[in-house]
Design a protein around this ligand. Structure first.
Ligand SMILES: [Mg+2]
Ligand SMILES: [Zn+2]
Length: 173
């Protein structure tokens, strides 16, 4: 039997979203979202893998060194008690023509293969239209978590579920 997973965007789902076009470039700027630890624990208890799928264009833009990104991700894993199974990131920027930047499917295809995932039993949880489009294209259930920056993006996509908080998302599991 294949595994099920929560595919998780990072910024706006695990850590607080920044205004669009601004980037988290060091650990000091990392603020854990309310309810994320509880969501991860509940998902793990129900047998979901936790796979982070994140665009990190600040690397290609020269705003952050890749070593610093790895450090941030190590600290994030520790803060979340080792519950995250894997973190996949795209270091490119819009227009680079890579196959991994969401809504392209490069990262999710790797994750599906490495963890033997059935997308139909899985969720893609994000705070942007790119996340919702990625989730739809891979055949997962899509969850859009609202925040103060993404009202316009919600109009540009058609997620299966729209939540105000991660606590609300937890009830979908
Ligand atoms: Mg995001
Ligand atoms: Zn990429």
């Amino acid at each position: 039997m294949k595994n099920k997973a929560l595919f998780l965007d990072r910024d706006g789902i695990i850590c607080e979203a920044l205004p669009r076009g601004e980037y988290l470039v060091c650990w000091d700027e990392f603020k854990l979202m309310d309810g994320v630890t509880e969501l991860f624990q509940a998902a793990k208890e129900k047998g979901y893998k936790l796979l982070v799928i994140t665009n990190q264009a600040q690397i290609a833009k020269g705003l952050m060194k890749i070593e610093t990104l790895y450090e941030v991700h190590e600290k994030m894993r520790e803060l979340l008690h080792g519950l995250i199974d894997e973190i996949y990131f795209c270091p490119h920027k819009e227009g680079d023509g890579c196959e991994c930047r969401k809504p392209k499917l490069g990262l999710v295809c790797r994750a599906i293969e490495e963890f033997d995932i059935d997308p139909a039993q899985s969720f893609f949880v994000g705070d942007s239209d790119k996340d919702a489009r990625t989730g739809k294209a891979m055949g997962a259930k899509t969850v859009f978590v609202k925040n103060r920056y993404n009202a316009e993006e919600l109009k540009r996509c058609d997620p299966d579920f729209v939540c105000d908080t991660l606590a609300e998302m937890r009830k979908l599991l």
